[in-house]
Design a protein. Structure first.
Length: 333
């Protein structure tokens, strides 16, 4: 065999090896993508249902009208304090003892608890931030999350001392820039105050939960998620990083047993745009399983972080359906 023939044979073998490795890597990527974006249970695929509590929609809207009349940030400290006072008043009226946790004066986290029947049970944390970016009234971001959390507090109060896990509901200050992912972020302060992270079952962040659209093409995604998820923004999403996969999948499965609206879920590496854009980031950073429930914010809502993020843009029927399904999900955790 000549030198040229030997070289051609070696070159052909090298090409086959590279092709084999390339196909193997591609298979790994595709398999990993489907692994990350698969969730158990079946999403609701019928017309949305009717809330069991017909007054729930009205209460949700009332909360948001009260909260979203002005921006709520330390740049508008008076409005920030009014929001904090409103939340605290609502919780006290439900019979809770409210704990204040100082973040950056005068901003505080507000914390209430529902005790488990066994005091040694782990703790489930559910939280939402009440601040906004400057100049935005923040109806969706994030008065919607606060309204949902207040109504969960209403429904869970009667279960105090009867639930399987201790439940902590936290209303956070300072999620928005310039505090996001800093030590002055309310959820970071709370996460760092936890003495034993191993005693925490997980954390659920309620983030932008009120904007929905039935128009085809109304939903956007960071690449490559559009290859996997629907293009109509009529669903609620469960999203977190891969360290929270088991917790998220278990929660989605239970939620779908009760929900009367579509849902999607997935866990992706934190480098995927938006996957850690909420208070759950602080808990993941502390080694606690955590994810957010969201309408996907900027990837759907054209009013995100704008002056047009107003109460009239939200869907209170779908929000009520989320509250009812989420309450049953929390009790089943």
């Amino acid at each position: 065999m000549s030198f040229i023939e030997k070289s051609e044979k070696r070159g052909g073998l090298a090409r086959r090896v590279f092709l084999f490795l390339g196909l193997g890597f591609l298979t790994f990527l595709i398999g990993g993508f489907f692994w990350a974006t698969s969730t158990p249970g079946t999403s609701w695929d019928e017309p949305i249902g009717t809330p069991e509590d017909l007054e729930l929609q009205t209460r949700l809207e009332e909360h948001i009208l009260r909260l979203a009349n002005t921006p709520r940030s330390l740049a508008s400290a008076t409005s920030m304090m009014r929001a904090q006072e409103y939340i605290e008043f609502e919780l006290v009226s439900l019979g809770y003892d409210v704990k204040r946790q100082e973040v950056v004066p005068p901003a505080n986290n507000l914390i209430v608890s529902i005790a488990a029947k066994d005091a040694s049970a782990p703790t489930l944390i559910v939280g939402a931030h009440y601040d906004t970016v400057p100049k935005s009234p923040g109806a969706d971001d994030n008065a919607s999350g606060i309204a949902v959390l207040l109504e969960l507090a209403r429904q869970l109060k009667s279960r105090d001392g009867l639930v399987a896990n201790n439940i902590e509901l936290v209303f956070y200050a300072n999620e928005e820039p310039p505090y996001f992912k800093t030590s002055a972020m309310g959820s970071y302060v709370h996460a760092q105050s936890i003495d034993d992270p191993d005693r925490v079952l997980g954390m659920i962040s309620l983030e932008t939960m009120g904007y929905f659209s039935d128009e085809p093409g109304s939903q956007n995604y960071p690449f490559p998620l559009s290859l996997r998820y629907p293009s109509t923004g009529n669903f609620i999403a469960f999203a977190g990083d891969t360290s929270s996969r088991d917790f998220l999948r278990r929660t989605v499965s239970e939620f779908r047993d009760h929900a009367k609206l579509p849902s999607v879920g997935g866990t992706m590496p934190s480098v995927v745009q938006g996957i850690d854009w909420s208070d759950h980031w602080a808990y993941s950073a502390a080694g606690i399983p955590a994810f957010m429930i969201t309408d996907t914010a900027i990837f759907r809502n054209p009013h995100y972080h704008r002056e047009s993020d107003t109460p009239d843009t939200l869907d209170y029927t779908r929000m009520a359906l989320i509250v009812e399904a989420l309450q049953k999900t929390i009790l089943a955790e």
